[in-house]
Write a protein that binds this ligand. Structure first.
Ligand code: NAP
Ligand code: GLV
Length: 309
């Protein structure tokens, strides 16, 4: 069984080494050096060029090189019925927990205001609410959202999560479905976005939903840029309704140099670094699914193609 790899951001050499350490006989090929397309049975990658996968007649499985699979749905020629799996990696969850906690704590402890005072050489001491009085909401409480909840629970913030289906997560107040979104937002002082980009979540945080957050709320977006309407967020920051935003993901990446986020005083820009995919930690699950695909066994971490994640 040959594996075809494609990514513009991940190292094929590192992936080849990590996979071959676990599966020494693996025939690892790098797109576009596909060789005989009929020999490829497993594809591993991020944003294969549209049509590339449809040209592989014996493909048994596509594995996303990350947790998100929105890049897969950009290819309208994706073979119908092709099983798609994604990465579910504890190391990635730890990284995500760190990055979200970094920004939640930064906003909770009013760091943006202290940085501004520093540039003005002003010695100002602000009121400091207790963590028990700062409500954090996790929009999308799946694998990564729950890792974030575990990390944040140590600080004592009241936590809530929003999901598609009803969910029980220890220590987290649960909201689900569109009908409970407004109530979830209304009780959220710091919003951590970890919901996948799907047709149902695209532009979810528009002007109306941003207005549901309490005045002065902060936003931490670690999911995808398409979930926030940029113009609405900029207007809410300028009006003061939203106090600050840490953004790791954008509609267009790299973020274009002329984009207003770059120099907005209330926006922290990060270059999509919240949680990396590490071949060292993720290779084992790729090899497991490769063996399952080869044996015709049920795959792990299958994507629900109807739901889009
Ligand atoms: P996941 O385990 O599939 O969790 C997704 C969560 O979102 C689930 O709770 C799900 O609800 C909820 N959800 C999905 N659609 C919804 C809808 N229409 N309405 C309400 N809730 C909805 O995904 P994950 O592994 O946590 O990853 C989440 C996202 O993080 C990825 O898709 C990716 O975009 C992003 N990510 C970013 C980075 C980075 O470096 N910035 C790194 C990795 C991943 P249910 O529980 O009901 O299914
Ligand atoms: C990164 O954004 C991922 O989806 O893994």
């Amino acid at each position: 069984m040959a594996l075809l790899f494609h990514s513009s951001g991940d190292s094929p050499e590192a992936w080849k080494a990590a996979l071959l350490a676990l599966e020494p006989g693996l025939d690892f090929r790098i797109f576009p050096e596909t060789g005989n397309p009929a020999e490829i049975e497993f594809a591993l990658g991020w944003a294969f060029p549209p049509g590339a996968l449809a040209a592989l007649p014996n493909l048994k499985c596509l594995c996303s090189l990350g947790a998100g699979v929105d890049h897969v749905f950009r290819d309208s020629t994706l073979p119908k019925g092709l099983p798609v799996v994604r990465l579910v990696d504890d190391a990635m969850a730890d990284d995500m927990g760190d990055w979200v906690a970094l920004n939640v704590l930064r906003f909770h402890r009013r760091d943006p205001e202290y940085r501004r005072f520093q540039t003005e050489r002003r010695w100002v001491r602000l009121d400091q609410p207790y963590a028990k009085d700062r409500r954090v909401g996790i929009l999308g409480i799946g694998f990564l959202g729950q890792a974030v909840a575990r990390r944040l629970s140590a600080f004592g913030f009241p936590l809530a999560g929003w999901s598609r289906r009803p969910k029980r997560v220890p220590g987290v107040e649960s909201f689900h479905g569109p009908e409970q979104l407004d109530a979830f937002l209304a009780r959220t002082d710091i919003l951590a976005i970890l919901v996948p980009a799907t047709p149902a979540t695209e532009n979810l945080m528009d002007a109306r939903r941003l207005a549901r957050l309490p005045k002065g709320a902060a936003i931490v977006n670690a999911a995808r840029g398409r979930i926030i309407v940029d113009e609405a967020l900029l207007a809410a920051l300028d009006s003061g309704h939203i106090s600050v935003a840490a953004l790791d993901v954008f509609r267009e990446e790299p973020l274009p140099s002329e984009h207003p986020y770059w120099c907005h005083p209330k926006v922290l820009v990060f270059p999509h670094i919240a949680a990396y995919t590490d071949p060292e930690t993720a290779a084992a699950q790729v090899v497991d699914n490769l063996r399952r695909a080869r044996a015709g066994a049920p795959l792990q971490n299958l994507v629900d193609m109807q739901a889009g994640y």
